[in-house]
Write a protein that binds this ligand. Sequence first.
Ligand code: ASP
Ligand code: MG
Length: 310
Amino acid sequence: METETVSELMDHISEKKLEIALKINTTVRAEMGAFLRDRGFVEIPPVIFSTVTDPLNHPVYDPSFEYEGTRYALTKSMIFHKQIIVQKIPKIFTFSPNVRLEMPEKAKTGRHLLEFTQLDLEVKGATREELMQLGEELFIHTVSKVMEKHSEELAMLGRKLHVPAKPFKAYKYTEAEARYGPEFESILSEKSTDPFWIIDIPLKQREFYDREKDDEPGILRDMDLIYPEGYCEALSGGEREYDLERIKERILKKGQTFEQFKWFLEFAKGGLELSCGFGIGIERFVRYICGFQRIEDVHPFPKVPGKVSV
Ligand code: ASP
Ligand code: MG
């Protein structure tokens, strides 16, 4: 078992396609960072473990530990840290390592790693529509730069990309579900040649922290960006719930406890203003650009659900 893992590792790290993916990964990170810095965003350091992290909306194993009598968990996302710091610094981003110990079945999707990097950003006072526009510009900028700098590598992979036009198409979650059934996201992704949005995602499909629409209870002011050609989810984001009473109501509706989010709730007592943001998985972006089936092909030391890894 161990030996097999080591020899698999040797094969994997010698692959030409991994080297290409890592060169593209370098450009993706540099260009995304440059794009945001040019627009006045401030980069904040990542948080690796914390007293409070993303509850997520699906079951995962929970790596946590105690230090000097306090319980900490590895970061699933920096959602609460973003919402806190953006109150003081109005445009922030971070390349955040996230650990989500997914169930082994998730390996089948080709898009889950137990450890990945998310470009996480947040803007104070912004609306969803403004962040959708930012997301489209960020996508277009990054893909254009990769095409310009890596035409040779993309040709070696046999990957043909094009730069999509804005605005991207947007589907309302419940309408898309009614028309295409529960698998609508992958059906639409497979049919599409350009990225598109899913908006107005119902509360039951999402975590408590995205803001509910005033005129449509149960529906959130949030969005997912979906890659074309069957590559599925690129980013998730939304406007955040900022009223303390509404935040508490939403935690209870999700069957969660105030204790879980104590540190965030303490901060929120001081008053929060509206913010909006999103998180985009870097490995998934590189996988899409390279046109790979398996996300592990973009990472030298991939943590694949259900598998032993280095
Ligand atoms: N917290 C979300 C996630 O990690 C991203 C976001 O809403 O900003 O999926
Ligand atoms: Mg998500």
